[in-house]
Design a protein around this ligand. Structure first.
Ligand code: UDP
Ligand code: MN
Length: 297
């Protein structure tokens, strides 16, 4: 169920975003057609979110995969900046998935914050590493991670935090608007369109294009999401198919069928390569430069 009222009502709210102020950002879309808030800088009160999270005594999980060269290249900065900006003042449990637990940097963590390492197999192709995440996440959510955390955010490692990323980002299910695509006409969005794929969207289908670098929600919702995506990936593989954007295509299919309860504006996961945009006020996560030749070679 959505929480935004009709456009004329001045205030939107859910427990974490607090009273949303859509008029604070009249130049951007702050509510979806199904009533989910799209949170932009200035539309929510971070103190309300903070207090609500403390009141609920939440533990928030943050999962990240660092397999192969991605570990040395990105993990330390991702975690260091998460310590500065991610759910500061809350209980946090990081889950790092890697094939080399011993290589995970040891980092001083703030009070109430823990880091756990889960071993995963190293897939040969980078696409397979990316896709194998859904299965591994599903298993972890059914195990200790699912018992420890109330909400979980699942992120790519090739980015770093650059601003406060707090409990205002939490909801039953959370999707990230893709920085490169949020201004595109719907019909041009890069959904999987091959009807044979489990990730396929038909003509006219698809609300927004979501970025798989950030998604989240309650443990139960993420169990359903990861099960759906892992199943779709498996079915495609069995038929010799691979969706256009791999796990991201399946994620987009899931969020078409099961609308997210909250959307994060592109400020929450921004690519500096796009350059300055008036509506991007304070990026919370910044993509690292893509160095595919080095990483995927
Ligand atoms: N990943 C990894 N090792 C790899 C490939 C991928 O650890 O060899 C993980 C890592 O967390 C990465 C995510 O999978 O951020 C998605 O891959 P990538 O960031 O390369 O995809 P893109 O953002 O370009 O779609
Ligand atoms: Mn990435």
């Amino acid at each position: 169920m959505g929480v935004c009222p009709p456009a004329r009502t001045p205030l939107l709210r859910d427990n974490f975003t607090g009273p949303l102020h859509p008029r604070a950002r009249p130049e951007v879309l702050t509510c979806t057609s199904w009533g989910a808030p799209i949170i932009w800088d200035g539309t929510f009160d971070p103190d309300v979110a903070q207090k609500e999270a403390v009141r609920q005594n939440l533990t928030v999980g943050l999962t990240v995969f660092a397999v192969g060269r991605y570990l040395e290249k990105y993990l330390e900065r991702f975690l260091e900046t998460a310590e500065q900006h991610f759910m500061v003042g809350q209980h946090v449990v990081y889950y790092v998935f890697t094939e080399r637990p011993a290589a995970v940097p040891s980092l001083p963590l703030g009070p109430g914050r823990r880091l756990r390492v889960e071993r995963v197999a190293r897939e040969r192709r980078w696409q397979d590493v990316s896709m194998a995440r859904m299965r591994a996440l599903h298993a972890a959510l059914g195990g200790r991670l699912g018992r420890e955390a109330r909400f979980v955010l699942c992120m790519d490692v090739d980015q770093h935090f650059s601003g406060a990323f707090g409990p205002e980002a939490l909801a039953e299910s959370v999707a990230q608007l893709h920085a490169w695509h949020y201004r595109w006409p719907r019909r041009l969005l890069p959904f999987e369109r091959d009807a044979r794929s489990a990730a396929a969207l038909g003509p006219g289908e698809g609300d927004f294009y979501y970025h798989a670098a950030v998604f989240g929600g309650s443990v139960a919702a993420l169990r359903r999401l990861t099960a759906h995506c892992a199943r779709g990936l498996r079915r495609d593989r069995a038929r010799g198919l691979e969706a256009r954007w791999h796990d991201e295509s399946h994620l987009n299919k899931f969020f078409w069928l099961h609308k997210p309860a909250k959307l994060l504006s592109p400020e929450f996961c921004w690519s500096p390569d796009i350059g300055r945009r008036a509506e991007i006020r304070r990026p919370r996560l910044l993509w690292e430069p893509k160095e595919y030749a080095l990483l995927r070679g």
